[in-house]
Design a binder for this molecule. Structure first.
Ligand code: 0O2
Length: 215
């Protein structure tokens, strides 16, 4: 994916990478993680006869969002700041069926030798005040270029189908109201988030019961 930066006030210092190089690196990191996730899913299918991953979405953050995030956090729009302070330029969202899959997948990813886990935010154990639930990891992995190895950061969000359904609608609502949704909508969303958590717990327990019978 090409980053079109015309029209954005971004300063590129002489000794820093060009946008093209940065873009190439983040795309390369996403490709590598994509392959790793596919292999892990295939292996899991082979061993356990079961697919933990429903689907995966990949994206490189658009320049407008990167600049907005830098400004919001009080940083000048330079490539150096972007690489240092914006952790989710390359983002992956892994959607699975059950909450237990989330932790299994996170463990499989962090167990890979060339992946370094920089931060973990477990919004399933500690949901956000909005009700948002998801498991976030910022990881770093080496990208091999012809003359150097560069460590590139990727944000991995792992959540169930139900959590994803909630997060998409909540995101749309917050976007529509520019983050200031009426109180009754926020409280309805929070109630729905609790229902989603209950649904996930009941579906997991049903699945475990079925698996026990199969054994
Ligand atoms: P966008 O446009 O989705 O990319 P950090 O990225 O670590 O510097 P932060 O906000 O501390 O900043 O990270 P956190 O809490 O891990 O959130 C990162 C991303 O999670 C957000 O990206 C959202 O995609 C998602 N997210 C976090 N909280 C919520 C929430 O309450 N509702 C929904 N729907 N999504 C949420 P961005 O950069 O905010 O936005």
């Amino acid at each position: 994916m090409e980053l079109d930066l015309s029209g954005y006030d971004i300063k590129i210092s002489d000794d820093m990478n060009t946008w093209e190089e940065v873009n190439l690196l983040y795309n390369a990191a996403l490709k590598q993680i994509q392959t790793k996730i596919e292999i892990l899913n295939d292996e899991f299918q082979e061993v356990h006869r079961y697919n933990p991953i429903e689907h995966v979405k990949y994206r490189v953050k658009g320049p407008e969002s990167i600049v907005k995030k830098l400004k919001r956090n009080g940083y000048e729009s330079t490539i150096e700041n972007m690489v240092r302070y914006v952790n989710d330029i390359a983002g992956i969202r892994i959607i699975c069926s059950f909450t237990s899959d989330i932790y299994r997948i996170a463990e499989m990813i962090s167990g890979q030798k060339d992946i370094q886990v920089l931060t973990i935010k477990d919004y399933i154990m500690n949901p956000k005040p909005s009700g948002y639930r998801s498991y976030h990891m910022i990881v770093s992995l080496p990208v091999y270029l012809s003359d150097k190895i560069v460590n590139v950061k990727v944000e991995i969000q792992i959540r169930t189908v139900a959590m994803d359904f909630w997060a998409s609608l909540e995101h749309k609502i917050q976007y529509k109201f520019e983050g200031k949704a009426p109180a009754h909508i926020n409280s309805e969303l929070h109630e729905c988030a609790t229902m989603v958590a209950n649904l996930d717990a009941r579906m997991l327990s049903l699945n475990e019961e079925i698996l026990a019978i199969e054994k």
